[in-house]
Write a protein that binds this ligand. Structure first.
Ligand SMILES: C[C@H]1O[C@H](OP(=O)(O)OP(=O)(O)OC[C@H]2O[C@@H](n3cnc4c(=O)[nH]c(N)nc43)[C@H](O)[C@@H]2O)[C@@H](O)[C@@H](O)C1=O
Length: 327
């Protein structure tokens, strides 16, 4: 019998790559999709990977416990991956209550549905390196204290601890992956890597002249989403549920990431980059650097795709996309 996986946030970047990975492993994949008047375009990432016809999309919402209970009854999942969230840090200052309700309390709704209907299912929570915020240790591991710096990070911290609590209170097989930034050609355009690769492609094609960014001194530990969804799956294959940092162990400034993108198309960054105060945040996370030693030792997980390779792949994908659009 094929294993059954239920993914919240299936239409996002990680949902799409995780679906592809699980289908390759022979899983039946079900995804929770919130209703929207744009339903027809919601699955564009799944289509990009060619897996849209192989997954089953079901109507549900993290803020509606009854919908999640019904989905658990219908799907009877072996594994549940909670990837849904309001995930854009900058927006969390504009929509702090929605972010708390979905990114934070939404986790409890999924956990409750699992506990009530599918208590033997294995559960994965998408926790975030943003929880480290104002860092308390140079390289952040599972034991580093948290110090969130945005409504998003505060909500993720709640989601993280409620996952730990349900594991300890009810014996659920609930694991939390503390994932550092992970990107790909399927990344949303509002996040800095994709904004840069799309902007560089537009400048190369003569569609734009400049790229406007905020704090380019910020440093992030960037990996590839394709590598990171493998770590999610590995966590749920362990006998005992636990929490793991997933990162590359290398940190790079936004400036240097940007330079890689411009260099790939043979352009100088200096003549095109404009610093725009509109993109600065009320409170910034200056630097993140993950220590993935535990994931390596216990899961045998190592990232395979470098930042340079990923940024080049993203620029090439944006060039192709924009060329197709303008022809
Ligand atoms: C792990 C974590 O990873 C992501 O959160 P993020 O790190 O906030 O990602 P980002 O790409 O929006 O910003 C990265 C850095 O880049 C700086 N930056 C400069 N100029 C612009 C700019 O123009 N746009 C943006 N977006 N950022 C800019 C910005 O100030 C920040 O320091 C999410 O997936 C989140 O869900 C998550 O969990």
């Amino acid at each position: 019998m094929a294993k059954r996986a239920l993914i919240t946030g299936i239409t996002g970047q990680d949902g799409a790559y995780l679906s592809q990975y699980l289908l390759e492993q022979g899983y039946e994949v079900f995804g929770v999709v919130r209703r929207s008047s744009h339903f027809g375009v919601a699955d564009h990432r799944l289509r990009w990977l060619g897996v849209d016809k192989s997954v089953q999309l079901l109507d549900g919402n993290l803020s509606d416990l009854s919908s999640l209970i019904r989905l658990m009854e219908q799907v009877k999942p072996d594994e549940v991956y909670n990837l849904a969230a309001q995930s854009f840090v900058a927006s969390s200052w504009q929509q702090p209550v929605l972010t708390a309700n979905i990114t934070g309390v939404g986790v409890t709704n999924v956990l409750e549905a699992v506990r009530l209907v599918a208590p033997t299912a294995r559960f994965y929570q998408a926790s975030s390196s943003e929880m480290y915020g104002k860092i308390q240790e140079a390289a952040q591991s599972e034991t580093t204290p948290f110090y969130p710096r945005s409504p998003y990070a505060v909500a993720k911290l709640y989601g993280h601890w409620i996952t730990v609590n349900y594991r300890e209170s009810f014996g659920l097989h609930a694991s939390s992956g503390i994932l550092f930034n992970h990107e790909s050609p399927l990344r949303g355009i509002e996040f800095v890597t994709r904004k840069v690769t799309d902007g560089v492609a537009r400048i190369k094609l003569g569609l734009e002249k400049e790229l406007r960014l905020g704090n380019i001194d910020a440093k992030r530990d960037w990996g590839h989403a394709k590598d990171y969804v493998r770590a999610m799956w590995l966590m749920l294959q362990q006998d005992v549920a636990d929490d793991y940092v997933v990162a590359t162990g290398t940190t790079t400034t936004v400036r240097d990431m940007c330079r890689i993108a411009f260099a790939h198309v043979g352009l100088e960054m200096e003549g095109h980059l404009v610093i725009d105060p509109a993109f600065f945040r009320p409170a910034e996370v200056d630097v993140l650097l993950g220590n993935p030693a535990k994931a390596k030792a216990k899961l045998g997980w190592v990232p395979e795709i470098s930042l340079e390779t990923m940024i080049r792949e993203m620029v090439d994908a944006d060039l192709t996309r924009l060329t197709r659009l303008s022809s």
